[in-house]
Design a protein around this ligand. Structure first.
Ligand SMILES: Cc1ncc(COP(=O)(O)O)c(C=O)c1O
Length: 380
């Protein structure tokens, strides 16, 4: 089955009892046993639920792997991966990760004896240099949030294998439509299903995908023990959203390419980060390892912070909001929104300036998006 057919049809057989085309929502906390010690595969919804199981199977099929485990948020999915480690272990992590991830590492997990080093993962030499004798996990985001930096996954896999590291990739920005980290040797792929996978700003969720049965068993154990599970209704909503993933991603991608080219040619714009632009430092690697460049753009204006704020306050069609990957175009100020908890010194050191604007290009007509940005740029 081709990927677009899988996206529409995988794991979704009509309901055997009723013929319903859309699978029912199993909104139950518990299940009746046939007799002591004999259930029908489900005993308690924190451990397992048919709506969640269906979503886990569907995500695994789309990602092209054997196993999927779903969580109540992208953050609880990341947290559950980190629970594979123990006190004293060290993690090498991309420096430009989502602000909530570095906040969790630096302000929570550090108190449990884990150690973190952040590196520019676009530079494999820097990554290799950061590996220590107690390094256990290489955690990569590509493209990164918000600077859209691209990491060469083949190079990361070489480093991970040479040093016996668990290799995880947060592929939220690229989605399985454009990138399959497992094909490059990753052990674990993570998605915030809040974003493109659900696609309509309707839920918060996360997922871990893997081909490794041992990792899967541990993740299932952590999932049922911690209990950070998505509700059956949320699983159902992600399933509905998923069925148009390929169509939405094509449109996010083509719209973003046009918007990035428009921004790059605009006299008030000083810098545009979009891996689909030939001028982007990550363009060649992205072209090699991805099937599309997705829908996220970051840019800065020549007028700096005041101009950026005027632009964000001046849009009429784009929504000034946190989050990304939904059908609506959303504009975000990382320094005060998604990355507000990253200390200013750290933000600036990694190139995340206070004037940076992040755009999640939606699936509206691209001319309307560009016209909206044009009118807002006039006032910027
Ligand atoms: C790249 C990335 N990873 C993880 C997360 C966390 O996901 P969630 O908000 O679903 O917890 C986000 C949220 O924006 C993100 O952008």
């Amino acid at each position: 089955m081709k990927l677009d057919t899988k996206i529409v049809r995988a794991s979704t057989k009509p309901d055997e009892a009723t013929g319903a085309v859309v699978p029912p929502i199993f909104q139950t906390a518990t299940y009746v046993l046939e007799e002591v010690g004999k259930d029908k595969g489900f005993d308690y919804t924190r451990a397992s639920n048919p709506s969640r199981q269906l979503l886990e199977q569907h995500l695994a099929e789309i990602e092209g792997v054997d196993y999927g485990v779903c969580f109540s948020s992208g953050m609880s999915a990341v947290d559950s991966v980190l629970k594979l480690l123990k006190a004293g272990d060290h993690v090498v992590c991309s420096d430009d990760v989502y602000g909530g991830v570095s906040r969790h590492f630096n302000e929570v997990l550090i108190h449990y004896g884990l150690e973190f080093t952040y590196v520019n993962s676009s530079n494999p030499e820097e990554v290799e240099k950061a590996v220590k004798s107690n390094t256990k996990l290489l955690w990569i985001e590509t493209p990164t949030n918000p600077l859209l930096k691209i990491t060469d996954l083949n190079a990361m896999n070489d480093i991970a294998k040479k040093n016996n590291l668990l290799f995880g990739v947060d592929a939220t920005f690229s989605t399985p439509v454009f990138l399959r980290p497992i094909e490059f040797g990753a052990d674990i792929v993570m998605h915030s299903t809040t974003k493109y996978l659900s696609g309509h700003n309707q839920i918060i969720g996360g997922a871990i995908l893997t081909n490794d049965k041992k990792i899967f068993d541990k993740m299932k154990f952590i999932q049922k023990t911690i209990g950070a599970v998505p509700s059956p209704f949320d699983c159902f909503l992600v399933m509905l959203g998923l069925r148009t993933l390929h169509l939405r991603m094509e449109r996010h991608n083509s719209n973003a390419q046009s918007v990035a080219e428009f921004l790059e040619s605009h006299p008030k714009v000083s810098r545009v980060a979009y891996p689909g632009l030939k001028s982007d430092p990550g363009h060649l690697i992205a072209k090699e390892q991805m099937l599309g460049f997705s829908g996220m753009i970051s840019f800065e204006l020549k007028g700096g912070i005041p101009s950026g704020k005027n632009l964000m306050n001046g849009v009429k069609l784009c929504l000034l909001a946190e989050s990304l990957g939904s059908v609506e175009t959303m504009i975000t100020h990382p320094a005060t929104m998604t990355h507000a908890d990253v200390p200013a010194v750290e933000r600036h050191a990694r190139g995340l300036t206070d004037g940076l604007v992040r755009l999640s290009v939606g699936i509206e007509n691209k001319e309307d998006i560009i016209d909206d940005l044009k009118q807002a740029l006039e006032k910027a």
